[in-house]
Design a protein around this ligand. Sequence first.
Ligand SMILES: Cc1cc2nc3c(=O)[nH]c(=O)nc-3n(C[C@H](O)[C@H](O)[C@H](O)COP(=O)(O)OP(=O)(O)OC[C@H]3O[C@@H](n4cnc5c(N)ncnc54)[C@H](O)[C@@H]3O)c2cc1C
Length: 399
Amino acid sequence: MHDVIVIGGGPVGSHVARKLAEVGYGVLVVERRERMGGRVCCTGIISQNCLDTFHIDSNLVLRKANSAKIFSPSEKLIRLWRRENQACIIDRALLDSYMAERARAAGAEYLFKNTVEDIKPETDRIMIKTDSNGNELEYEARVVVIATGFGSKLIHRLGLGESGDFVVGAQVEVENAHIDEIEVYMGREVAPGFFAWLVPTSPQKALVGLLSRYNPKGYLKKLLSSLKVEGKIDYDDGKIDCRGITIKPPARTYSRRLIVVGDAAGQVKPTTGGGIYFGLLSAETAARNLKTALERNDLSAKNLSGYQREWKKELWQELKICYWARRLYERLSDKQIDRIFDITIANGIDKALLEVDGLSFDWHGRAILRLTRQKVITKSIKAIKIPLGFVLNGRSDDR
Ligand SMILES: Cc1cc2nc3c(=O)[nH]c(=O)nc-3n(C[C@H](O)[C@H](O)[C@H](O)COP(=O)(O)OP(=O)(O)OC[C@H]3O[C@@H](n4cnc5c(N)ncnc54)[C@H](O)[C@@H]3O)c2cc1C
């Protein structure tokens, strides 16, 4: 019997696997893909802080960025710029194989081409059933970590609830890009309720993508045509990838002999859909709690609930404020977004925001709170009838 089975060999699953293998536990990672390192629908933007905190090899960085241009629906421009590097665009496919290699070096085993179909917690162990090309196999462990990313049915089947909310991302790599700065596009015609991006990765190459609740591929094709007309890219025909992103966690992320982590647990920034940093932070919390629980041989739901308490202590307020801001943004018309750009530029709010203590690429809550305290912004928000209550009071929900 293994000590730990991790389902899903993405960056978050591999990080938990590595941390537990390093302290001597027998870890098996079960992954449905053939290998790690294949194409993944992800832009791969992480902060310099994320790179440093998790000691990610800087050779994975394709490019660094200290600025971005943000365009309103009518092409008003806000340019965010800081002297120091803010973001690293990493090779996401390489990140997956790199994280898996590190876990392997620590002693974790990987089982590929196996999809976990069922999980059964029992009194003294937990069983998983996998399917590999029609062959059913069973494995057992003391505890299971679900790190399956977006959309796994396992969580719902185990009675942990549905993921609260999600959005779909679509992305394509373009070969002939003629820009050298990240560009972000807003507006209902481009990506209703969300945003689109053009991210240069290496000389001449870029990723173009967007998030949307519906028809992301259709919107992306439209965006590609207009970027081509503007001369920013020479896109002909690339394969568009689509993938969901959980932007609100399920009700519970633990149960007897089981925890859920990463995108599967909704540990994702609701503002941008970025999940690598929060997923890795939560992977650390998961590994720490599991280590203690395994040592004490207490894998009860009550004992593992400490994991949820801890990750929520770290992320919950941030997730709540950002989710609220996300829903607010989704309700804005193009005219209202343009108006907010006007107000921001006229009052120098963009520059003031960049000075906010603690504002970073990863943590947006403080900047959002700061914005809601600007009278001009509050007035505009009230005019579109969105309750400001919990944000202004800073009230938290500690469910
Ligand atoms: C278009 C797009 C752009 C993005 N850009 C960024 C970005 O720039 N920065 C950022 O931080 N985040 C970004 N994200 C989000 C980021 O990709 C995720 O947050 C991150 O991949 C989460 O890692 P994870 O390990 O939790 O899940 P995943 O990376 O999804 O890994 C889950 C793994 O589990 C495996 N699996 C699933 N079900 C099973 C099963 N039943 N049995 C066995 N294996 C299974 C999958 O094959 C997969 O390998 C983006 C997402 C999208 C869609």
